[in-house]
Design a binder for this molecule. Structure first.
Ligand code: GLN
Length: 481
């Protein structure tokens, strides 16, 4: 329930962000240009995923999982209050709110997942089932959220939508507060570090938090004016370089055996293709959201549904098709034909590629009408369907591959590697997402074409690599000496 409400709040405001920031001033928005607004969404979403890295560290070293989750929820709720107050204090409060949500989600999302893992210390199929329920919770929250915040935000007032998302987080917080102790018991109550380490971690965390707020204060005081497009570009370069250096360190200096290095090489491959996938998939709140607003006929039974409603489709498809896919994998598994993880990745890339390929045709129609035509909502619906089935082929497999392939002592870090690939995908999706614009129609099919081709090429390259990768994965884990 806690994670369901947290995701409710996250997916409740996410589709509103681009719409709100690009809405004209007289429509209550910021009147930002699309490239800027989209880059901000990219930076925000990427930061949410990246913040899980320090968030996990803080839980292990200082707060323990339970307190980390609760503190995270408090930060998120404060973030929503700041955003709601931005009705009075404008942009400053809005951006402060986003930063608070990033910090809070960093403390909450990864750690609440770890608490679920801790409920089934024996692992195995009960743990898998536990995570399936958890994933259903995530997608239930993500499904209901845009339906509620979309209608409130787009039809009544932006801040009603943001407020509803915040109210969701408050419910989650109350549930956690009242249920955590009786239901979780000792699970995640204490950090794994000794008191000395805890004190050090607390100092480091508070200094880090202070530095964070200093940067915000300076921006608020107008000491510098952040340029979102440049920041998103620089963030991508820095993160790519850091990831490359990290992998180089693992290969050269971490004292790994040859077998371990082979499996890390597989992780590098999966990391790369995961980035491609999320770079396309995470265009949902940016380019595809703008396409839904400006070029999609959203009338049902004579009534125009809010733009954000289309964002609920992804979760709906996940809820409907996760069990179907589970049965398919199981049946194939029974025949000894369960596809390997790189094969599933390649399928995901092809499906997402098809999803964007459809959008080329939809965008071409809009361009042919010089922007006067609104295409049927079926284009986006089928596109989201293909992308969602792709997500189901890639996301769970990616996570578990990180755990299976990683040398034991690096498992935590490999989860971070996975989150980094999602963060990078979000940044790319933010950087390109502003190209859906009535004033430069030609850029739109071009964006979808490039996205689709990049996905198809990635799938083809991965298909060639499947056999060598399978060979590398087949090596037996080295026994400790
Ligand atoms: N929709 C899922 C969530 O929010 C997964 C998103 C992702 O891994 N990029 O947890």
């Amino acid at each position: 329930m806690t994670e369901m409400w947290e995701r409710f709040s996250y997916y409740g405001i996410r589709p509103l962000l681009v719409l709100y920031m690009t809405a004209a001033l007289q429509a209550g928005g910021f009147g930002f240009d699309r490239a800027q607004a989209s880059a901000i969404v990219g930076i925000y979403a990427a930061s949410v995923y990246l913040a899980s890295l320090p968030g996990g560290w803080v839980a292990d070293r200082w707060l323990g999982l339970q307190r980390a989750v609760f503190t995270g929820g408090v930060f998120i709720a404060l973030g929503h209050i700041a955003i709601a107050l931005s009705a009075a204090f404008e942009q400053k409060a809005f951006f402060l709110g986003l930063v608070l949500i990033v910090i809070g989600t960093g403390l909450l999302k990864g750690n609440v997942s770890a608490l679920v893992g801790g409920l089934y210390p024996e692992g195995g199929s009960r743990q898998d089932a536990g995570f399936s329920i958890f994933y259903m919770g995530i997608n239930t929250g993500a499904f209901i959220a845009p339906l509620i915040t979309g209608i409130l935000g787009e039809r009544i007032g932006w801040h009603w939508g943001f407020g509803a998302a915040g109210a969701g987080m408050l419910i989650g917080l109350l549930v956690f507060r009242s249920q955590a102790r009786p239901r979780l018991g000792e699970n995640g109550l204490l950090p794994s570090a000794n008191p000395e380490e805890q004190r050090r971690a607390r100092t480091i965390s508070l200094v880090g938090l202070g530095a964070c707020f200093l940067v915000i204060l300076l921006a608020m005081a107008g000491v510098y004016t952040p340029n979102p497009v440049a920041i998103a570009g620089n963030m991508s370069t820095i993160m790519l370089t850091m990831s490359a250096l990290y992998f180089a360190y693992l290969f050269l200096f971490a004292g790994l055996t040859l077998d371990e290095k082979k499996r890390i090489a597989v992780i590098v491959v999966l990391f790369t293709f995961s980035m491609f996938f999320w770079g396309a998939f995470e265009q949902a709140p940016t380019s595809l959201n703008l396409f839904a607003r400006d070029f999609t006929d959203r009338t049902i039974f004579g009534w125009e549904m809010p733009t954000s409603w289309l964002q609920a489709l992804n979760s709906l498809f996940v809820i409907l098709f996760a069990p179907v896919l589970a049965v398919v994998w199981e049946r194939l598994g029974a025949k000894g034909k369960n596809p390997s993880s790189p094969t599933k990745f390649a399928i995901a890339l092809v499906l997402a590629g098809l999803g964007f390929w459809l959008m080329i045709a939809a965008a071409d129609r809009v361009v042919a009408s010089q922007g006067t035509l609104k295409v049927s909502a079926w284009w986006l619906t089928v596109s989201y369907f293909l992308q969602s089935v792709g997500e189901l082929c890639l996301s769970p497999v990616g996570l578990s591959s990180m755990i299976i392939l990683s040398p034991k002592r690096f498992v935590g870090q490999m989860m971070g590697v996975w989150f980094t690939s999602i963060a990078l995908g979000n940044l790319f999706a933010g950087l390109v997402g502003g190209s859906v614009d009535p004033s430069q129609l030609g850029a739109m099919p071009e964006l979808f074409r490039r996205t689709a081709y990049a996905l198809f090429i990635a799938a083809a390259v991965l298909a060639v690599l499947i056999i060598p990768i399978r060979r590398m994965m087949a090596t037996k884990p080295a026994t400790a000496t």
